[in-house]
Design a binder for this molecule. Structure first.
Ligand code: CMP
Length: 140
C-alpha cells in the first residue's frame, strides 16, 4: 500500500509539559514519518476556523480557548494508511477510554486537554494540512 498523509497537532497541554519529543517518538515508533512540523501560537481566528465543524457543540468556545492557551506543534505525518495508523496510536478522544500504550492514555489530562489531534479521514487530512502548510513546507 502506498504511503498517505495525515495531519497532527500536539496540543498546549503537551507542549506545556515539554512532551513534544515524547509524543513525536510515539508517532515515529508507530511507523509515521514527520514530513512537516512547526511550533506556532494558534490565533483565535485559526482555532475557530479549524474547529468550525464543531461550532454548534457546547464545548466549542472552551476548545478554542484551550487551543490558543499556549503553543502547539502542527505536523504532517506520512506512512502506510497514515490516518488510521495515527488514530490507533493516539487512542480514544477521552483518555479514560484510551487503550494502554496510546498517546492519550500515556499523556492526556482530560477529554479537552487530550495532548493530540489527528485527522479522521483522508479528505479531512488534505483540508487540515492545507489549513496550516503550503506545499513547499512539506518535505517528504
Ligand atoms: P480533537 O481531535 O482535537 O477534535 C475536537 C476536540 O474537541 C477533541 O479532540 C477534544 O479534545 C475536544 N472536546 C472537548 N470536549 C469534548 C467532548 N465533550 N466531546 C468530544 N470532544 C471534546
Amino acid at each position: 500500500m502506498a504511503a498517505t498523509r495525515t495531519f497532527s497537532i500536539i496540543k498546549p497541554d503537551a507542549t506545556r509539559r515539554n512532551l513534544t519529543g515524547a509524543v513525536t517518538k510515539m508517532l515515529e515508533d508507530a511507523g509515521l514519518r514527520v514530513v512537516a512540523s512547526k511550533r506556532i501560537q494558534m490565533t483565535r481566528e485559526q482555532a475557530e476556523g479549524f474547529y468550525e465543524v464543531h461550532k454548534e457543540r457546547p464545548f466549542y468556545g472552551e476548545l478554542c480557548d484551550f487551543m490558543t492557551s499556549g503553543p502547539v506543534v502542527v505536523q504532517v505525518l506520512e506512512g502506510e494508511d497514515a490516518v488510521k495508523r495515527n488514530r490507533d496510536v493516539m487512542g480514544a478522544t477521552n483518555p479514560s477510554d484510551a487503550a494502554d500504550g496510546t498517546i492519550r492514555k500515556s499523556f492526556a489530562e482530560s477529554i479537552e486537554a487530550n495532548s493530540v489531534h489527528g485527522s479522521d479521514s483522508d479528505e479531512n487530512a488534505a483540508k487540515e494540512i492545507a489549513f496550516f502548510f503550503t506545499d513547499d513546507e512539506i518535505v517528504g
